[in-house]
Design a binder for this molecule. Structure first.
Ligand SMILES: [Zn+2]
Ligand SMILES: [Zn+2]
Length: 334
């Protein structure tokens, strides 16, 4: 290579490095709840909006109000201007106006209890989920017995929430937002769970509700999600993957109750890397941020599951994954 060709090559390499590191954020995420149990004030709920846009959707709804309080204290809603609040305080504004829809992965209470408890003060909105999830909410929650029927089906329905059954793998638009969402079934306990692929302006985020690994579940549900997203990973349009790690490694596989540990989490992401680029797995996922969710706290003060999981994932991270360990109240961009 002569000097001028070397210079051109160097400039091109420098420009492409700059382009990679200055990628404009596509999504804003605010964590209202990150845990997978025990602490009822910190259960799965992630608000996501397009970057520089305060139209949110909630990914699961385990904790709403205490999460808004913590996020407000942390300054995570500083982008919401006073003039936008139309005279309301932040929490009622979010519930009545800011959050446009709930996407519920499954009806377990650690993913729904914040929505249920806050429903008397909530604004009208849509609840999206796969058929089992919506049927379970209708039959066991909003049924006029366990709770007032805030849904729009069955006896005494007061229609605060419009229950919408998503067809698996068919994108649907979310009203009043720029989002298109595709739901994928997952294996989790006897009623299943859901992964939501969220698109805005040609960019994507992928949120997994609770899930067991394909091998233990004797399923191909995870692999089917990986097959669906591999093309957008190659095009560097998948910005983030929210995936659960409920327990540290060491818990026997037959006691995982359809959840992941660091070992199984890495195994699943290896399957994605293999699907995206079998020849170069170690760099196949380098453009994606991986958000670790649903860590279950322990009663035992001598055990810190979060620290254990951080250490175990760091030790197994041969895919060079860029982890975010979700924390209640925090805001980050994807
Ligand atoms: Zn669950
Ligand atoms: Zn859960």
């Amino acid at each position: 290579m002569n000097l001028s060709r070397f210079l051109i090559f160097s400039i091109a390499l420098f420009a492409s490095t700059c382009a990679r590191t200055t990628v404009h954020p596509a999504f804003n995420v605010i964590v209202l709840g990150a845990g997978g149990g025990l602490d009822e004030s910190n259960l799965s709920c992630y608000l996501i909006s397009p970057f520089n846009d305060n139209r949110f959707i909630a990914l699961d709804a385990g904790t709403i109000f205490s999460g808004i309080q913590k996020a407000e204290l942390a300054g995570s809603f500083s982008d919401v201007k006073r003039s936008e609040l139309q005279g309301l305080a932040l929490a009622p504004w979010l519930m009545k106006r800011g959050i446009k829809a709930y996407l519920i992965s499954h009806a377990h209470f650690d993913h729904t209890s914040g929505m249920i408890i806050n429903s008397p003060d909530d604004g009208n909105k849509v609840i999206f989920g796969l058929q089992n999830t919506i049927d379970d909410l209708r039959d066991h929650v909003f049924n006029g017995k366990s709770w007032i029927n805030f849904g729009n089906e069955g006896e005494g329905a007061i229609s605060r929430y419009r229950l919408v059954r998503a067809n698996p793998r068919v994108p649907f638009e979310i009203q009043d937002t720029p989002f298109r969402v595709t739901a994928f079934p997952l294996s989790h306990s006897n009623r299943g769970s859901t992964a939501f692929l969220i698109e805005s302006n040609g960019q994507f985020a992928l949120y997994f509700g609770d899930t067991g690994p394909d091998i233990i579940e004797k399923s191909t549900n995870m692999q089917q999600v990986w097959n669906a997203v591999a093309p957008i990973v190659r095009e560097q349009r998948l910005r983030g993957i929210f995936l659960e790690v409920s327990y540290p490694d060491g818990k026997p596989d037959n006691q995982l109750s359809s959840h992941l540990t660091p070992k199984w989490f890495m195994r699943e992401l290896h399957d994605l890397a293999q699907t995206v680029n079998p020849a170069e797995q170690a760099s196949a996922l380098k453009s994606i941020r991986v958000i670790v969710t649903h860590i279950k706290p322990s009663h035992d003060p001598a055990i810190n599951p979060r620290r254990l999981i951080q250490d175990q994932l760091a030790a197994q991270n041969d895919l060079n994954l860029d982890f975010i360990f979700a924390e209640q109240g925090q805001r980050f961009h994807l």
